[in-house]
Design a protein around this ligand. Sequence first.
Ligand code: HEM
Length: 398
Amino acid sequence: MSTLHAFDPFAPDSPSHTGGSADGASLVQGDYGYAVLDFDLATKVLRDTRFINAALTLMEQFGITDGPVHDFRAKSLIMAEGPRHMRLRTPLARFMGPTTVEDIRAVLRGILEDIDPGKDAAGPVDFHAAVDQKIPARVYCHLAGAPAEDAPVVASLSARTLALLQRDPSLTESILKAYDELFDYLGDLIARKRQAGLGDDMLSFLIRQEAEGKLTSEELLSEATAMLEASSVNTAHQTGLVVWTLLRDRAAWARLVEDQSLIPAAVVEACRLYPRPGIVSKIASVDIELDGTVIPAGSDVHVAVWSANRDPERFAQPNAFDLDRERNQPLTFSTGLHGCLGQSLAKVEMEEVVRYLLNHYPHARVVENGTDIGHAGGRWLVGSLAVDLNPSTTATTS
Ligand code: HEM
């Protein structure tokens, strides 16, 4: 292990380090704690349940040390381990299986036709605001059996609660307020659903589980909250990153126009290069020996997903976008027992957005002026994504 003073694991486009081990070290230490840099060690840490999710510690560092929000997080799916984790994950996983997720493709096509970002466009549109930010919340509403009109509220609640991961303590008050609103929204939605009669959606299923004594009422709210907060904001940003990557690589885009069977590979490859969660942070729950170093209990261990995803030992020519990459399994959705539960769904959402563009706007191009993409706190962020959907028409009419 070494200490690299100039190394910032929260800067996923560092000119000094592009991926994999640094100066031969897979594990480095700095003010931030430990950072895990290469693919093999990152995989090992993410699969080791002695490294627990850092979200509760992050809240405590922000001064949220008791009260309902702290209580929710302490007992939530992501903090649970062993049989309790399985008990909480299983009812949700039922709605994330391949068949259910495949069925959502048709729903997505309907949503995209409804949104149609090009309908009033006389020039470039902000694709992030017009599409990326709308789709995941609409899908959550479909999954939870909530009215589609609730989607803007869902999108906003997901973004404002998970702002926690921006590691900015000035946001504490706004995060607490967002969780309060989220609990109220879901409490009200659950009451409305009970009154209107339950259906075959995910929230109805969880409500039935509570009625059958398989979940407590606190767990019902916790499960619904975990899915809502996780469902929207990451998918929205990752969709923007995928579209941005694919539209700028004209050779890859031309191949996709010719052959749509390449869409899933294209989405995974873009997620590898630009992972929304550039860092997945964990806490060592006990002393853990890692790569010859003993990590003391309580230490922050940041898995630098962006670095692991560009590890030259694992991915040949790691900085190149390669549609034909074999064994392409980046860590963008993490791995192990806490690996992202919604990853199949998120991939289908992104695939359908790309398919929609290929079918309706095959000549679409990113316009640099009006596009704002960067990163903060180790997370890639899309501020705006200007896309000219019909460049030839725009050129003729302008
Ligand atoms: C592109 C979009 C997404 C990305 C990049 C992403 C990434 C992640 C990551 C990195 C984790 C943490 C894993 C860990 O702590 O090791 C996670 C957990 C989780 N994600 Fe996602 N996610 C996305 C979309 C979704 C969606 C759409 C849903 C649900 C509809 C979802 C539900 C969850 C849940 C429930 C967990 C906690 C799993 C557990 O602790 O057992 N995610 N996700």
